[in-house]
Design a protein around this ligand. Structure first.
Ligand code: XIL
Length: 338
C-alpha cells in the first residue's frame, strides 16, 4: 500500500528482553511471525542483533550469525535493512565501559564501526550511527550530551573522547559503507522542543563541518498519557529543510492497561489515531522515506517489561489479530495513493 518512496518497517524480534521471555527466538522459530514479517513490511530493523552487547560481546569476539540471518532474510524478501546502532550508551558490554585509555577506546570504536558497517556494506539502507546521545531535561544536569558531566546515563565514548567522536563515528561509518544513509536517532524529539532543537543545532554544525550526516530519526515511543506530538510535522520539516532525510524508526503507542488487562475501545481508538497521526506527518514531509514500527505484535513487544502496567503498544494482538491501529495505517496509506 505504501508509496514507492516510502518503506514500511518493523523491528525484527530477538535478543534483548526476548532472551528472558521464555519463548524461543521469534525471528528464527516463529513461522507465523516470519511469514508476516516477510509479507507486511518492506524494511527490517534488527531489534537487538546489531547492538554492541549482542554482536561484539567480548573483545575480538563478533557474533554475526543473527544479524547475517536478518540481512539475508530481508534480501530474499525484497526488503531493505536499517542498521541499529553504533554509538550508544546502552547495551554496551562491560569490557567497553572498562577501557580507560582514550586512544585505546577510540581504536576499539573505530574497529567496531569498520567491522560491523563494513560487513554489511551495500546491504544497509540506513544506519543509526548515534543513538540517544543527549540526556533529557528531566535528568539531573538537564539537556546536554551524555558526557558524564552530570548524573545521567553516560556515553563513555563522549565522556572519554569528547563530543568530536560523534563526527568521527559518522566519518568511519561512511568510509566503511559509502552507500548507507547515516542517521542520528533519539526519543522525546518528536515535538519541536528543546531536545529536538539541540539536535537541530548539532545537525547544522555537523553539516557545516562536512560530516557525512544524512538523516535525523524520530524513535516515536509514544504514550497515550501525554498529548500527541502536534508539532511533529513542522519539526520534521525543519530537518528536511536542512537537506536531511527524516525517518520514524521505532514507533509504538503504549498506555496504562485497565485492571482486567484488556484495553478499552476508547484506548484502541486513540492508539489508532496516534499511529495514523505519525504516519501522516511522515507522508507530508518530502524526504521522510522510512517508517518503522517497533515490533508488530504485542507478544514480542518490549513495552510490558520496561513500563510498569503498560502494554498493548503494537498494531496486532498476541495472536496476530489486527487492531484498529493496523487498519488505520493501512487506510492512511491507501488514501495517500489517491
Ligand atoms: C529495546 C528492545 O526492544 C529490547 O528488546 C531491549 O531489551 C532493550 O532495547 N530505544 C532504542 C531501542 O533505540 O534499541 C530500544 O530497544 C528501545 C528504546
Amino acid at each position: 500500500m505504501a508509496p514507492d518512496d516510502l518503506v514500511i518497517g518493523t523491528a525484527a524480534a530477538g535478543g534483548g528482553h526476548h532472551l528472558d521471555a521464555g519463548y524461543p527466538d521469534p525471528f528464527t522459530h516463529d513461522k507465523k511471525y516470519r511469514k508476516l514479517l516477510a509479507a507486511e513490511f518492506s524494511s527490517v530493523s534488527p531489534e537487538n542483533q546489531m547492538k554492541w552487547d549482542f554482536i561484539h560481546p567480548e573483545r575480538g569476539v563478533y557474533n554475526f550469525a543473527a544479524a547475517d540471518a536478518i540481512v539475508d532474510f530481508a534480501e530474499a524478501n525484497g526488503q531493505v535493512v536499517r542498521g541499529h546502532t553504533l554509538l550508544w550508551h546502552s547495551q554496551l558490554p562491560a569490557w567497553v565501559h572498562a577501557i580507560e585509555d582514550p586512544a585505546e577506546l577510540r581504536a576499539v570504536l573505530k574497529d567496531h564501526i569498520e567491522t560491523v558497517v563494513g560487513r554489511y556494506a551495500g546491504r544497509i539502507q540506513q544506519w543509526d550511527v548515534a543513538n540517544e546521545i543527549f540526556a533529557d531535561e528531566w535528568d539531573k544536569g538537564g539537556l546536554r550530551l551524555r558526557d558524564g558531566s552530570a548524573e545521567h546515563a553516560v556515553n563513555p565514548f563522549i565522556e572519554k573522547l569528547g563530543p568530536g567522536i560523534i563526527a568521527d563515528a559518522f566519518r568511519w561509518a561512511h568510509a566503511a559503507d559509502p552507500q548507507a544513509k547515516l542517521f542520528l536517532n533519539d526519543y522525546a524529539v518528536e515535538d519541536w522542543n528543546r531536545k529536538s532543537t539541540a539536535y537541530y543545532d548539532l545537525a547544522k554544525q555537523l553539516l557545516a563541518q562536512k560530516v557525512p550526516l544524512h538523516g535525523f530519526a524520530f524513535q516515536a515511543h509514544l504514550d497515550l498519557q501525554y498529548p500527541f506530538p502536534s508539532t511533529l510535522r513542522a519539526n520534521m520539516q525543519r530537518f528536511d529543510d536542512l537537506g536531511l532525510e527524516t525517518a520514524i524508526t521505532e514507533l509504538d503507542v503504549r498506555f496504562t492497561l485497565p485492571a482486567n488487562g484488556v484495553p478499552t475501545d476508547a484506548q484502541l481508538a486513540q492508539q489508532a489515531a496516534t499511529y495514523q497521526g505519525v504516519l501522516e506527518a511522515c507522508l507530508a514531509v518530502e524526504d521522510c522515506n522510512s517508517f518503522t514500527i517497533w515490533g508488530f505484535n504485542d507478544k514480542y513487544s518490549w513495552v510490558p517489561g520496561f513500563f510498569s502496567s503498560q502494554g498493548a503498544a503494537t498494531v496486532m494482538w498476541e495472536d496476530y489479530e489486527r487492531k484498529p491501529a493496523y487498519h488505520a495505517l493501512h487506510e492512511t496509506l491507501a488514501a495517500a495513493q489517491d
